[in-house]
Ligand binder design. Structure first.
Ligand code: GLU
Length: 282
């Protein structure tokens, strides 16, 4: 299964490199005054969906540093990926127009405060549902299942978490990965970066001996640079959920219904195949 998935990702990235993936970017992202108004909005309880509809566009937090999920490629003006496409589908459900979404950049450490401050309506950012986070934000149902793993240079003596003793591991601030690795490899030195792009750069430059986060993220990087490979299998479970500011159950329900519809009408599978080049696991 794990191998199959890796292969799927490899194919996907090859396709991406060849430029065969047609990636649509939402057209009319609002800026300036509109954005400011949205950010200043007081998000009281009540019909939050109506608040979004009145504004005229959805504000979705997405990653810009995660291949295949939400990545801003050099030269591009909008991020692309599986989660970006799902947010466009959500805009389509809300407005009948997939371009009615403002894609706001989030990083692992900024996504929860951005939700709490009301800067974004939803986060679609490889976010693991955890009990600790549930105290701060609300979550949708699970839409993707990952697990933490390791990325190393091919030929590295590191084959599993037990080999990390005395080694430096790069990861990202505000991620479950940073917390988990301290428990799984207490004798490793953990270097935390703001983005996965930087954490991978540290590995490439030899500043770290391994990089750790979800297998789904590491596979994207391994396929961008075949000198690197995943090792150590999966040592945690990372179910992803969309995140929401607390206090808007009707909005969470709306997104859960949307997710069910996406699965029932085949769109979820279509997008999964588009990005990961295989059927989603049953
Ligand atoms: N899924 C993990 C998390 O939510 C790692 C990926 C990320 O940082 O977004 O923390």
């Amino acid at each position: 299964m794990f191998k199959k998935w890796t292969k799927g990702i490899a194919l996907c990235c090859t396709a991406a490199l060849l430029g065969t993936l047609a990636v649509g970017c939402g057209g009319s992202a609002p800026t300036g005054g509109e954005k400011k108004a949205a950010e200043n909005q007081t998000q009281t309880s009540g019909d939050y969906i109506q608040t979004i509809k009145n504004r005229g566009y959805l504000i979705a937090g997405v990653k810009n540093d995660v291949p295949l999920f939400g990545q801003l490629k050099s030269g591009a003006d909008k991020p692309e990926g599986f989660e970006v496409d799902i947010m466009k589908e959500l805009a389509k459900k809300l407005f009948g127009d997939e371009s009615k979404v403002k894609l706001e950049k989030v990083e692992s450490q900024t996504r929860i405060p951005m939700l709490q401050n009301g800067q974004i309506d939803i986060v679609a950012g490889t976010t693991t549902i955890t009990e600790e986070r549930k105290k701060q934000i609300d979550f949708s149902d699970v839409y993707f299942k990952a697990g933490q793993s390791l990325l190393v240079k091919k030929g590295s003596p590191i084959k599993s978490v037990t080999d990390l003793k005395g080694k430096t591991v790069s990861t990202v601030r505000g991620s479950t990965s940073a917390k988990n690795i301290r428990e799984k490899a207490p004798d490793a030195k953990v270097d935390e970066y703001a983005t996965y792009t930087e954490a991978f750069q540290a590995l490439k430059l030899g500043r770290s001996d391994a990089m750790t986060t979800d297998n789904s993220i590491l596979m994207g990087f391994a396929n961008e640079d075949p000198n690197f490979e995943l090792v150590g299998g999966l040592f945690t479970e990372e179910p992803y959920g969309f995140g929401f500011q607390k206090g808007h159950p009707e909005w969470v329900n709306y997104v859960n219904d949307f997710l069910k519809e996406l699965k029932a009408n085949g769109k979820y599978d279509e997008l999964y195949k588009k990005w990961f080049k295989e059927d989603p696991p049953k």
